[in-house]
Design a protein around this ligand. Structure first.
Ligand code: AMP
Length: 542
């Protein structure tokens, strides 16, 4: 017997309808590509999304056609997302920092028919255009501009297109399992792979992230997603924001610390999200300007491990609660978020601080387990000590990659994340490494993340990466690649001394190499593969 309740498919169009109807006057504040500010609201975003849906339909696109976006976080990009997915097309967000060959590969692989781009990326589009065999339309997300028309003669302009269209559009009643958006993994090994989200997975993920024990979002928040809309859909925040009707502050191209401090202070941002490298810039700029980031109640750190020193600085200097979260492109991304339970309320400050360092617990909607082998099915203890291969399953987790028939799951239906971690009985997850970044010294595993976190706790170290270097006796030994803070005279001996009372002697890095820069991926993660190529043999040479 079935239940007697109404069936309503979970669709992305319902989120923008809700925001447009009930939160029309709530602001969406956006920094444009030319750094001017546009202050609009959910009512206008709703209307423009319908105008642009009409414009897309006038281009003759068919259900499930792919529309690519190469753009910063701004209001036009936001409107286009709702127009594309809402009208049954697939929104393919692209990281502009990819190598041009990778960018061409994924646009062709996705068979994108339209490319939307911010004017910053005009030279990039001009350069790769001859190689984009399937793209029929290029739309600049801006007002008409002769310089852009000169570079790309067939270009159309977003503002012209929506000016011609009515703000009425009947969103199609799609199957909730229909594809809604597409995001490629960073592809540090091999070609990037596409993750094709559905309307259902996106709506459920949005419910997942707004919950109090996830990001605790409501109509009273002013949210700044610094994480780009091309990095796992800005972690789902543009959808969640419409669902709860909070104020959105979109930072455009200004991701440097000083620009972010100014946005936070001017628009009274209460919650902000980004990767650790972004927060490093913000902390340095706030300290320099003397800002206390007074309005910022919480920030969410994910994408790479949050160094303990960062959590401490946010709490002690800025009275800001840091939520450490974990996820990946294949998991929409939310897999866990760190919020304590009632039984932890009585803990001492220090105990609570230690608890908050981990990547947190899975929200309802996903489940985590550890196995003793990659892609294995044999589960191991959730004792907070034993490390294993982290696997995940749930309503917003990948089943198979775009264009690939075969399942990406283990024999019993879990997705192997490639991360090595511990879990405790309450579900608290601690990532110790990517499996490929772990260091195996004389048969014993050493976590590069732990050693990096310790180095980051040194007052004179600005950034630290620990990698495995080949070793004639131990196979691999850890070495530290570090950037010193300006003016620092720190020596290798002092750094090694700093480790002495923090880890077992055999885990202390064999060498410290000071550099001026550490290569970062398009999403701000340290490219350890490049560091291994550059420094992986230094111990053989000495
Ligand atoms: P991506 O799909 O590019 O977002 O990368 C996902 C990977 O980033 C995960 O598998 C982890 O290795 C890493 N990652 C994400 N969040 C965290 C975190 N909070 N701590 C440590 N690693 C993380």
């Amino acid at each position: 017997m079935l239940g007697n309740m109404m069936f309503q498919p979970l669709l992305i169009s319902s989120m923008i309808e809700h925001a447009g109807r009930y939160h029309a006057d709530t602001q969406v504040i956006s920094k444009n590509t030319d750094t001017n500010m546009t202050i609009t609201n959910w009512g206008e975003v709703h209307q423009n999304s319908k105008r642009f849906a009409n414009a897309l339909s006038a281009l003759g696109l068919a259900h499930a056609d792919r529309v690519a976006t190469i753009a910063w976080n701004n209001h036009r990009h936001l409107e286009s997302w709702y127009a594309i997915s809402g009208s049954g097309l697939v929104c393919h967000t692209i990281n502009p920092r990819l190598f041009p060959e990778q960018l061409v590969f994924i646009i062709n692989d996705a068979s994108d028919r339209v490319v939307l781009f911010d004017k910053t990326f005009t030279p990039l589009i001009k350069a790769v255009k001859p190689l984009l065999t399937k793209v029929e339309h290029f739309i600049c997300l801006d007002a008409a501009d002769d310089a852009i028309r000169e570079a790309i003669p067939e270009v159309k302009f977003y503002d012209d297109l929506i000016a011609e269209q009515p703000a009425t559009f009947d969103w199609p009643l799609l199957n909730e399992n229909a594809a809604s958006s597409l995001c490629y993994t960073s592809g540090t090994t091999g070609h990037p792979k596409g993750v094709l989200y559905s309307h259902r997975s996106t709506v459920l993920h949005s419910y997942g992230i707004i919950m109090p024990d996830s990001l605790n979002l409501s109509a009273r928040e002013i949210m700044l997603p610094v994480v780009p809309m091309f990095h796992v859909n800005a972690w789902g925040t543009p959808y969640a924001a419409a669902m709860v009707g909070c104020t959105l502050v979109l930072p455009g191209p200004g991701l440097d610390g000083a620009s972010l401090v100014s946005l936070i202070d001017t628009y009274k941002v209460s919650v902000a999200l980004g990767v650790p490298t972004i927060w490093q810039g913000l902390i340095a700029a706030a300290m320099q300007s003397g800002s206390t980031l007074e309005s910022l109640k919480r920030n969410v750190v994910g994408g790479s491990a949050c160094p303990p020193s960062m959590l401490k600085t946010f709490k002690e200097q800025f009275n800001c609660e840091t939520i450490h979260a974990w996820g990946m492109t294949e998991t929409s991304p939310l897999g866990s978020a760190n919020q304590i339970k009632a039984k932890h309320l009585g803990l001492s400050e220090e105990e609570r601080f230690n608890l908050r360092l981990s990547q947190g617990r899975p929200p309802f909607g996903v489940d985590l387990r550890l196995t003793d082998a990659e892609n294995g099915t044999h589960e191991i203890a959730r004792d907070g000590v034993t490390t294993g291969n982290l696997q995940i399953k749930g309503s917003w987790i990948l089943n198979n990659y775009f264009g690939k028939e075969e399942s990406a799951l283990t024999a019993d239906g879990w997705f192997d994340t490639g991360d090595i971690a511990t879990l405790d009985a309450d579900g608290f997850l601690k990532i110790s490494d990517r499996s490929k970044d772990l260091i195996k010294s004389g048969g014993e595993w050493i976590s590069s993340v732990d050693l990096e976190n310790m180095a980051m706790g040194h007052p004179e170290i600005a950034m630290a990466a620990v990698i495995a270097a080949e070793h004639p006796k131990w196979d691999e030994r850890p070495i530290l690649i570090a950037i010193k803070k300006p003016e620092s005279q720190l020596t290798e001996e002092e750094v090694l001394e700093f480790y002495a009372d923090k880890v077992a002697k055999w885990q202390i890095p064999d060498k410290v190499i000071f550099v001026d820069a550490i290569p970062l991926s398009g999403t701000g993660k340290m490219l350890k593969k490049d560091l291994r190529e550059q420094f992986g043999r230094v111990l053989l040479e000495s």
